[in-house]
Design a protein around this ligand. Sequence first.
Ligand code: UD1
Ligand code: BG6
Length: 374
Amino acid sequence: KKGSHRTFMEKEIFEQPGAAQSALFSRVDSNQRRIRLGGIAEHMDELLQCRRVFLVGCGTSYHAGMMAETVIERLCGYSVTSVLASHFIDCLPHVGPGDMCVFISQSGSTADTIAALEYANKCDALTVGIVNTVGSSIYRQTDCGVHINAGYEASVCSTKAYTCQCVSLLMIALCIHFEQRLRQNQPVSDLYDEIFDGIITLPDALSEALDESKHIHEIAKKISAASSCLVLGRGFSYSVAREGALKIKEVSYIHAEGIAAGELKHGTLALVCDDIPLVFVAPCDRYMPKMQNAVAQCTARRTDKAKDGVVIITDDTAWVSAGFKSVIKTPRVHEMVQPLVSCVPLQLLALYLCEERGFDVDKPRNLAKSVTVE
Ligand code: UD1
Ligand code: BG6
């Protein structure tokens, strides 16, 4: 049931604070400041022996892996690679004992992800599932895993499941870090504390990000006639740019590309002109000076003085003072948790672009919720 919402996509976007809360529910031990995941506890010895991690998924689930890559690497010391399931089965990387292969899937029944899982099982890698659907194929075929508790997701376009997948991956990283330090008789790192605080306050931060919905709708009206749009981010925000572009193209049919801002001069700058809206994911993190430079490179090649076609998603009000009209404000959280918050405005932007263009948000053409054939 859609309740008071016009579409399932809208409903599911607005359900995200509650969904994140469900993913965290009973797993956060606030007194001991640790995460308890029943789904991986029994396999902790094997998890700690791993050296490499592959995060495997399709579409939005792949972007959840991209989002978590650096956090897992920094917190746990593994070498971490996120990879598309289709590419994994095409390339058949050398995996085996000592490797952890994590299969991320809302449905738990995506054909490519299952094929990649079957290969990893055959190679005797440790297989871990991150799924929403209890009893699904990926749940059944993995050695262990975590149910993300997002609740039923009806819209083809995945939103709340993405958020819960990211939360679950961060919880796994925290859980492993805690256990590593416990066994070494060492306290947890500062980064652990920062990310722990970041995820327990995430439901509130998501609610605050949703408060910008009306403003985002107004911005969508201004750029809805575009046939192409670029979403740019760097560092922790690169995966968000990719996920945001996917959302926009899936439902609004505007050609959208998620670009690493550091690559602008290596090709994409050739496309920058007044006709193409640019969306920058530019939170106040360690990459901010470089993002300011990227924005300057692009605006120098545009003539629209009102800068209506330049959208900035940020937790830094300095952009408004700098004369940008389409600034979407997000709450400030730790830079490695920020991607979860920055993604919300992009989900809403995609939703409103689709509505403005008069398409069916919940049933995008040619796409299916669950892709069960390769
Ligand atoms: C359980 C509840 C969860 C609740 C949590 C805390 C269910 C299904 N789970 O989760 O909703 O938030 O208690 O109260 O009701 N598994 C796999 N592969 C996967 C996913 C899971 O093998 O892809 C396995 C796990 O290893 C575990 C079992 O399924 O053995 C259940 O996993 P999960 O639901 O995440 O465990 P809990 O955290 O105990
Ligand atoms: C389909 C859906 O393409 O499969 C996407 O339309 C989804 O929203 C992708 O991200 C992967 O699905 P799953 O169920 O494996 O996460």
